[in-house]
Design a protein around this ligand. Structure first.
Ligand code: ATP
Ligand code: MG
Length: 418
């Protein structure tokens, strides 16, 4: 028996309506905000992610699916969406286009991680990227969009964590203070964090080990080291979010796992869905376009994990729209009737009616059981006398009410059923 690879998902018909509903909701809200969809390749040159996501991140160091292709080039299955969208912006000369450029995507991503509830090796993201605007009102708009999607899905018990991690002007001072602080605890830090002390001390704030977490709790705060520009940006963002009625809490140790963020970082965290509780992460990344070979172009965005959104929706008891059930099930008796049933079902479907008929050669009794199981609203039995007269009995399953109908013309019958 060949089985799916560990950490991948078969999304079965019972689960696809939740995915489809999230995608539909995301699309509708993006349209309202003037965001347009972008689709980029599933794999890219490895260098895009090592440069774009950052060499010192867990994603690049441990989590990427990287392999050589037949010509020996190093390729990587995308671990996230932003780097590819930025590459596409540069490659298609859109950085000099009409701004802001507002884009969204619905993608699968790949990360080699320990699979658990809310964490898989292939997973699905809804994300947005906004290019061209340095304004804190853009950050507020991006957060408002994410908030609207989460609320529209019926997710409750969710909080918005907000922080600013500064810019290239003020971050070196902060990094220095942080490195000084953590070097005092060098022997207590986990091995990975001891390495991070040299390469990127901010990553220690993101460490999941309890000991590092405890040490990090007393570490210097980014907010105490912001330059005037970053502080002003953060203040305006906070006021704007309050004006928009979006509650938030300042989380001074929120730094996010990817290297490209500047100024604003945020996460939506949902209670009660287990350890993987961050349903959405995002922020501003004013340096990324330049870092990937484009011009100076400010940008902000977020990504949501779709399976985590589903866990949060289930937790909140949110209703997930299900596919339409048949308006009519046609039960033929015998070969002649089966032929008529197929044609009639086809005609009803052409008229936009969800209709089914027997394809299993079942007895009448088991056909009725099946009709009940698939939730058919009505049934119509076709026997030899019905075939002769072109009239039959339409039975409403909910209460057994019966009425005679003419089924000789599918379009006319469709009107009766509407
Ligand atoms: P985490 O700290 O949970 O690993 P992250 O910071 O690595 O998250 P991002 O790169 O910001 O995650 O991705 C954005 C969102 O994508 C996350 O908030 C989460 O909802 C989702 N996500 C990330 N990794 C996975 C995964 N392996 N499986 C399922 N969803 C994921
Ligand atoms: Mg991660």
């Amino acid at each position: 028996m060949i089985q799916k690879m560990r950490g991948t998902l078969d999304i079965l018909p019972e689960q696809t309506p939740a995915f489809a509903y999230i995608e539909k909701t995301a699309r509708e809200i993006c349209e309202r905000y003037g965001y347009r969809e972008i689709r980029t390749p599933t794999f890219e040159a490895t260098e895009l992610f090592s440069r774009g996501v950052g060499d010192t991140t867990d994603v690049v160091q441990k989590e990427m699916y990287t392999f050589p292709d037949k010509e020996g080039r190093s390729l990587t299955l995308r671990p996230e969406g932003t780097a590819s969208v930025v590459r596409a912006m540069i490659e298609h000369g859109r950085c000099g286009g009409v701004m802001p450029e507002k884009l969204f995507y619905l993608i699968n991503c790949f990360r080699y991680e320990a699979p658990q509830a809310g964490r898989s090796r292939e997973f699905f993201q809804f994300g947005t990227e906004t290019f061209g605007s340095p304004s804190p009102y853009t950050d507020a708009t991006v957060i408002a969009l994410a908030n609207d999607v989460i609320r529209a899905l019926g997710i409750r018990d969710v909080s918005l964590h907000l922080n600013s991690i500064g810019c290239p002007a003020c971050r070196p001072n902060y990094r220095k203070a942080l490195a000084e602080y953590f070097s005092r605890y060098k022997s207590e830090l986990c091995e990975t964090c001891r390495g991070r002390l040299e390469t990127n001390p901010m990553r220690i704030l993101d460490c999941k080990s309890p000991i590092c977490g405890k040490i990090a709790a007393q570490a210097p705060k980014t907010l105490d080291y912001l330059c005037d520009d970053c502080r002003g940006h953060f203040e305006t963002l906070k006021v704007s979010l309050s004006d928009l009625g979006i509650p938030f809490e300042i989380d001074t140790h929120l730094v996010r796992g990817l290297d490209y963020y500047t100024k604003t970082v945020f996460e939506f965290v949902c209670g009660g869905i287990g350890a993987q509780s961050t349903v959405c992460g995002g922020g501003r990344y004013d340096g990324l376009v330049r870092q990937l070979g484009g011009p100076d172009l400010p940008a902000a965005g977020f990504a949501m994990g779709i399976t985590r959104l589903i866990l949060a929706m289930e937790q909140a008891g949110a209703e997930i729209p299900q596919p339409k059930t048949p308006v009519l099930y046609i039960a033929p008796l015998g070969e002649e009737a089966a032929k008529k049933a197929i044609a009639l079902t086809h005609g009803l479907r052409a008229a936009g009616i969800v209709a089914e008929c027997d394809l299993m050669g079942r007895s009448l009794k088991s056909q009725m059981k099946y009709a009940d199981k698939i939730g058919a609203a009505h049934t119509l039995i076709l026997g030899s006398s019905e075939l002769e007269s072109g009239r039959g009995v339409l039975r409403r399953m909910a209460d057994g009410e019966q009425r005679e109908v003419d089924f000789s013309d599918a379009a006319a019958l469709a009107k009766v059923l509407c």
